[in-house]
Structures are given as structure tokens and as C-alpha cells.
Design a protein around this ligand. Structure first.
Ligand SMILES: [Zn+2]
Ligand SMILES: [Zn+2]
Length: 239
């Protein structure tokens, strides 16, 4: 299993950066995790978009879904040339217009999911967890052959987070704030809270959804001597 960071920023990118998007290679399959601004271009440096097997969208905020629009245009041109393979999409339904544009897209096999549900693709398990965000947002555990990868999507502290961290080998987590700027009414976690959870559950965490207002140095300081690291765009993490 190999995770590559396509975009690590939210709610907008730094210069030459991209927002939330990751490629997970697992059992010979390509799973695109969120598809924010700049994701499509970054993805094409690694695979052809027609090689995507599964797309998981945690929720329908623009910093996680904006490049779904251009991906749909790309698939439109593929299907016009006779391509027939549809990627499977797992996403929640928040009733908004963006969800409709994905649900109504004829090039994807869309499955609406909620926390507590489990789906399979080949021999890959997808388990979904309800997160806490202003719109319906789900986290996911993706596992195969005893190895478990987890992604929080966007969330603040909630019960589902403990279930997500427990038993996971590698967690990709929303660390949009440093503790000094965080409170429990905000829509995201703090870097320091992820460090705490990773210590509690003994897993390695990649902290992402980086707010562009922070200096890299300041963020690195918060994860010094822990089993957490700040996500780097273009970097791959194996498990
Ligand atoms: Zn976000
Ligand atoms: Zn969000």
C-alpha cells in the first residue's frame, strides 16, 4: 500500500500548491482520495486518470472536490472515444448541488455512503465513519491483507475519530490548526490533538489539510519527536 500526497492544503493552496487530494495504490488498484484544486494535474504525473479504480470523496467542500469538475470533462472525452470503464465513487450525500453533479454523472458508478457502513471493491475493504463538520462528512478505513489505512477527511473531535484511529497502521488526518488557534467549535482538528491520538492508539499519522497561514517550521516543531509528520506534496508513504 502506498499513499502519495497530491495536495495537502485547505481551504486554499499556497503558491504552486494544491488542496486535499491523495492517491492510494493498494493491491494493484488506484484509489483517489478527495479531488481538490490542482489534483487533476498532479494525478496525471503519476497515472492516467482512466486508471482510477475508486474515488472516495469525504465531503463536498470545494477544497476536496473542485477538480471533480475537470475529471468529469476528461471522462466525457474518454467515453466519446468508446471508453466504458467507470470508476466506483464512494461519497456522502449532503443534498447540495455538487453532490448532484457527481450523482448525475454517467461516467461514474456512484455509491452514497454513511458512517457505520462497509463496502468492498475487489479484495479491498472500505469502512466509513461519521465525522463532525458543518456538512455531512465521512472518514474511511481502507484495508487489505491485514494492513489498515485511515483518513479523517475534515472533522473536529468526535466519537468516530477514536474508531478511526483504533487498529489503523497509518492515519492521514486533518490538522488545519495549531492548538493556539483551535477551539471545539471550529470545523477542524489541531495538529497537537492528532499527535495525542496517535500516541494513544500507537499509529503513525500524516498530518495534512494544512492551513496556508502557517510556516512550515512552526508546524514541524509541533510534531518533533513524535510518530507524526507534516504531509509533503509529492511525497509517498508506504505501509
Ligand atoms: Zn477542507
Ligand atoms: Zn470541509
Amino acid at each position: 500500500m502506498k499513499l502519495t500526497v497530491l495536495g495537502k492544503y485547505g481551504p486554499f493552496p499556497k503558491v504552486n500548491g494544491a488542496t486535499s487530494s491523495y492517491l492510494l495504490k493498494i493491491g494493484g488498484k488506484n484509489v483517489l482520495i478527495d479531488c481538490g484544486a490542482g489534483a487533476f494535474s498532479r494525478l496525471t504525473t503519476l497515472i492516467k486518470p482512466e486508471e482510477i479504480d475508486v474515488i472516495f470523496l469525504s465531503h463536498f467542500h470545494f477544497d476536496h472536490t473542485s477538480d471533480m469538475g475537470v475529471l468529469i470533462y476528461y471522462y466525457q472525452s474518454l467515453f466519446a472515444k468508446g471508453h466504458t470503464k467507470k470508476p466506483v465513487v464512494f461519497c456522502p450525500d449532503d443534498g447540495g448541488a455538487l453532490v448532484d453533479s457527481v450523482i448525475n454523472c454517467p461516467y461514474f458508478d456512484v455509491n452514497l455512503v454513511r458512517g457505520g457502513e462497509i463496502s468492498m471493491f475487489d479484495d479491498i475493504d472500505f469502512e466509513f465513519f461519521e465525522m463532525r463538520h458543518p456538512v455531512q462528512s465521512v472518514g474511511v478505513k481502507i484495508s487489505r491483507g491485514g494492513k489498515v489505512f485511515a483518513y479523517t477527511g475534515d472533522t473536529n473531535i468526535c466519537d468516530g475519530l477514536n474508531d478511526l484511529f483504533a487498529g489503523s497502521n497509518l492515519v492521514l488526518a486533518d490538522g488545519a490548526f495549531l492548538c493556539k488557534d483551535w477551539n471545539q467549535n471550529l470545523p477542524h482538528l489541531s495538529v497537537e490533538y492528532i499527535v495525542e491520538l496517535s500516541k494513544k492508539y500507537g499509529n503513525r499519522s500524516i498530518i495534512s489539510h494544512i492551513n496556508p497561514k502557517y510556516d512550515e517550521e512552526e508546524l514541524q516543531k509541533a510534531v518533533e519527536n513524535t510518530n507524526c509528520e507534516i504531509a509533503q506534496e509529492g511525497k509517498s508513504y508506504s505501509l
